[in-house]
Each structure stands twice: as C-alpha cells, then as structure tokens.
Design a protein around this ligand. Structure first.
Ligand SMILES: [Fe+2]
Ligand SMILES: [Fe+2]
Length: 231
C-alpha cells in the first residue's frame, strides 16, 4: 500500500474519519487538542489502520486512552498532552505494512513472519517522519518496544536513555496488551492482575515513574480493564 498524505486519503476528507471510527476517542481528542494541527492526520491514519486490521486500531485507541488517563492524573510530569495522545494513537502505525493475515494469525509465526512483525517500529517511524510528525511522535513509534534495562527492540538500548514520552507509551502499550481481548495464545488478564504485572516490572521492563503514574491513575478504578476496553 502507499501512504501519500496530502490531506485527502482514499478520496475522502480526513474529517470524515471520526464518524467512521465510531469512537468517542475522536471527540475526546478534539476537545483535548483544540489547537492541534495533528489530529486530522492522526485520525486519518487510524482510519487506514482500522481498514487494514481493526483490532490494531482498537488497540491503538486504547493505548491513547490509557495515556490520556495518565496525563489527567499527572499533567505536570507528562507535559504536553498532544504528542502523548498522537504518539500513543500512532505507535503501531507500522503495522499497516504487516499483512492482516499475520496480524490476525492465531498460530505460531515462522521466523520470517516474526521478523516482519518486529520491523513495525522502524517502518512506523519512517512513515511518521515522512508525513512531518514531530520527532517525539516518531520516537514513540520507533522506541515503544525498548525496555528500561535494555534488551528490547529494535535497538536494544536502555529506555532510560530515551525520551520520557516513549517510556510512557511503552508501559501503556504493555498494559493494554495484557487486558485486551483477541490476543493469540492467551486470555486477557483482569485489570488488577495487569496492574500487578506492571508493578512487578517497574525498573526492569518499564520506566519506574511511568509505571507508577499508570498504576496510580488506573489503580483506583474498580474495573480498569473494562474502562479501557469498553467500546
Ligand atoms: Fe508495537
Ligand atoms: Fe502496541
């Protein structure tokens, strides 16, 4: 596929995508980001991702929702909400270049397929850079699978050396991956179990501060998984 961002995609105005997304996320994003120039291209790309593989778009919106919940809890520590929301919503946009048959597969992937999946951070970053998104949004796509102590991908560097926004996206992404339905090989965890896993991995996989913000912002909710995964 080609991603030729010119303000119009697939013959339609980007402004038509919020309806197509059928998601309160679009309205929420607009109310939060009144001065943004990025929300239309963000929603357009999410619309592309939804048509390619709906579960990946749902996942991306959940990650953005978690990040905004975190921001509302600790705005002084997470800074400007716009790159946080856009970076979260587009962190997996590189999955546009993975066949939907692989993304939706419930069998063990072969090494070639796994390699393709593991390239999505770099391809996503390339797309966002080409479309003129800010460097921190590009970095969120490139670095969201890096780990606090190193050993993630694509570079394996310690995420302590990376931008804090990237580390917030990483913990939100992992939390959502634990609680959401539709993942191959396992059932979703309940919200409290997933929060306990985040706590157990703070300082190894996750930035301790980002993990603490996520736990504090969602831990008081009796059913955090249902809150985040509700349509
Ligand atoms: Fe990812
Ligand atoms: Fe993700």
């Amino acid at each position: 596929m080609t991603l030729d961002w010119t303000g119009r995609m697939d013959g339609g105005s980007p402004r038509s995508f919020p309806d197509e997304l059928r998601d309160p996320f679009a309205l929420d994003a607009r109310s939060l980001l009144t001065s943004t120039t990025q929300i239309d291209p963000t929603l357009a790309l999410l619309g592309q991702l939804r048509r390619h593989h709906g579960a990946s778009a749902d996942h991306s919106i959940r990650v953005a929702r978690v990040l905004i919940t975190m921001w509302r809890h600790a705005p002084e520590r997470l800074g400007d909400p716009e790159p946080l929301l856009v970076g979260g919503a587009l962190h997996d946009i590189g999955k546009l270049f993975i066949p939907a048959s692989i993304l939706g597969s419930d069998r063990k992937l072969d090494p070639t397929e796994l390699e393709l999946v593991r390239r999505h951070p770099e391809t996503g970053a390339q797309v966002l850079r080409r479309l003129g998104f800010p460097p921190v949004v590009v970095a969120a796509a490139r670095d969201h699978h890096e780990r606090w102590e190193g050993g993630g991908y694509p570079s394996g560097v310690r995420s302590s050396s990376l931008h804090p926004l990237t580390r917030a996206v990483a913990v939100a992404d992992a939390f959502v991956a634990m609680i959401e339905p539709g993942r191959a090989y396992r059932n979703p965890r309940d919200g409290q179990g997933a929060l306990a896993e985040v706590a157990a991995c703070r300082g190894t996989q996750f930035d301790p501060e980002a993990a603490d913000i996520l736990i504090a912002s969602l831990g008081s909710k009796p059913r955090p998984a249902e809150d985040i995964c509700a349509g």
